[in-house]
Design a protein around this ligand. Structure first.
Ligand SMILES: C[S@@+](CC[C@H](N)C(=O)[O-])C[C@H]1O[C@@H](n2cnc3c(N)ncnc32)[C@H](O)[C@@H]1O
Ligand code: SF4
Length: 401
């Protein structure tokens, strides 16, 4: 049995070590400040052993949702956890929805009724990146709409300071030609997550409203894997696409293409999916069981059930605590599923807007569930938003209404 240790954080007061034994990872915290991270060690450890750990060039990659270990961005993530222990929350991930445009009409999409105000310019996005890095983020994600429709995407990626944050693109994958992927690679892109909604080509095309999309996307995934960018498939589980047979076919597809991670999250009744069915507890448990069964059969991990991490018994809701979203026109939201703006980066500093989010009763406490599932959000906010036209809504208006 070979055990390889990766020191993720090493100061006089705190040492954080990840040990990788036969593809399974464990975490160890040492030093005077270790009690601050013990809770995380205890809560995260059972999940860690199922992450698709891979060692590349002496660096440990656990998931496309985490910076590599060791790396400066990961050190910043650890530092952010230490601050969190003192109730000082700064975002770990900033997601910029760089455009509202998209060639698809997905049945669940939450972007379709967002405002049509002018998109942020390249320089405005540069400024948001600077401000987010100053605030402490360790990962910056570009999505949309469809981020590959934005001509300056590779310039935006290149602008990220590698010693501060890793970069990620979330895309429907249709335009990931060999040349385009090389362009992303040259701009320094670390991770890419490509959305698939069914391993059955026709079903995927019908769900996304574009015929032939599945074949183009499969080519895009292949190009991305070949380029060496750490590539994941992002699968949004909903009633109807997560029975065992479908999932087995999805796993075969992932293996055939050689993707690093199958990242599964659950559908949210937002956007076009408002009022529609979401997963029930049994379906969530089945996904967890399936992940474990696949790990056993394959002898290595592939699936990350991301929705588990948002449970109150693990990290709790990420909205406005670990996550910050910027809409195509610069509105700052706690999460893409909570279409409430706390300010616009064209008019206010990101740090000031973040302070407003942190002070708000929706986010200045430990929630019992994901914010969008909580009665407090549904009664006092969601009811006022549904069917009211373009999003996002302004928090001041909702609080007064
Ligand atoms: C909004 S899309 C933008 C990036 C790109 N166009 C794509 O489809 O990957 C980002 C991710 O959000 C997911 N998504 C869209 N609507 C959702 C919903 N109602 N619940 C959960 N995820 C959703 C998509 O499946 C996709 O994986
Ligand atoms: S989920 Fe992505 S691909 Fe689908 S319509 Fe929305 S932005 Fe476009």
């Amino acid at each position: 049995m070979i055990s390889i240790e990766f020191v993720a954080y090493d100061t006089k007061l705190l040492k954080l070590i990840f040990a990788c034994v036969d593809g399974k990872t464990t975490i160890k915290v040492e030093g005077l400040l270790s009690p601050l991270l013990k809770k995380i060690e205890k809560q995260f450890d059972p999940y860690l052993k199922f992450l698709p750990a891979q060692i590349r060039g002496g660096t440990l990659y656990l998931s496309t949702t985490l910076p590599p270990i060791p790396s400066k961005p990961f050190e910043r993530l650890v530092y952010s956890q230490i601050k969190r222990a003192f109730r000082f929350h700064t975002p770990d991930n900033l997601t910029i929805m760089v455009t509202k445009s998209c060639q698809c009409q997905c049945k669940h999409c939450l972007v379709h009724n967002m405002e049509d105000d002018a998109e942020l310019s390249k320089n405005e996005i540069f400024s948001v990146i600077d401000q987010a890095q100053k605030l402490g983020v360790s990962q910056i994600t570009f999505e949309g709409g469809e981020p590959t429709l934005r001509e300056d995407l590779s310039e935006l990626i290149r602008y990220i300071n590698k010693t501060k944050a890793t970069s990620m693109v979330v895309t429907n994958g249709q335009y990931l030609t060999e040349d385009y992927v090389q362009k992303l690679k040259k701009s320094g892109l670390d991770y890419i997550n490509i959305s698939i909604d069914s391993p059955h080509p026709l079903e995927h095309d019908m769900f996304r409203g574009v015929s032939g999309l599945f074949m183009d996307t499969a080519k895009g995934i292949r190009n991305s894997v070949r380029s060496g960018i750490l590539t994941g498939i992002l699968y949004i589980a909903r009633p109807g696409n997560c029975d065992r047979e479908t999932l087995k076919k999805l796993v075969s597809f992932c293996k055939e293409l050689g993707v690093f991670e199958l990242l599964i999250d659950k559908i949210v009744a937002s956007g076009r999916w408002t009022g529609k069915d979401v997963l029930n507890e049994t379906q969530e448990e089945d996904l967890i069981k399936f992940q474990q069964d696949i790990a056993q059969v394959e002898g290595k991990n592939l699936i990350t059930n991301f929705f588990q991490f948002k449970k109150p018994t693990v990290f709790g809701c990420f909205a406005g605590r670990r996550w910050c979203y910027i809409s195509p026109s610069g509105e700052v939201m706690p999460c893409m599923h909570i279409p409430i703006s706390f300010g616009n980066v064209k008019q206010e500093k990101l740090s000031e807007i973040w302070r407003k989010i942190r002070k708000h009763p929706l986010f200045n406490r430990n929630p019992k569930a994901c914010t969008y599932e909580e009665a407090m959000y549904r009664e006092n906010y969601l009811k006022k938003i549904i069917g009211k036209g373009t999003l996002p809504y302004y928090i001041e208006e909702l609080d007064l209404a």
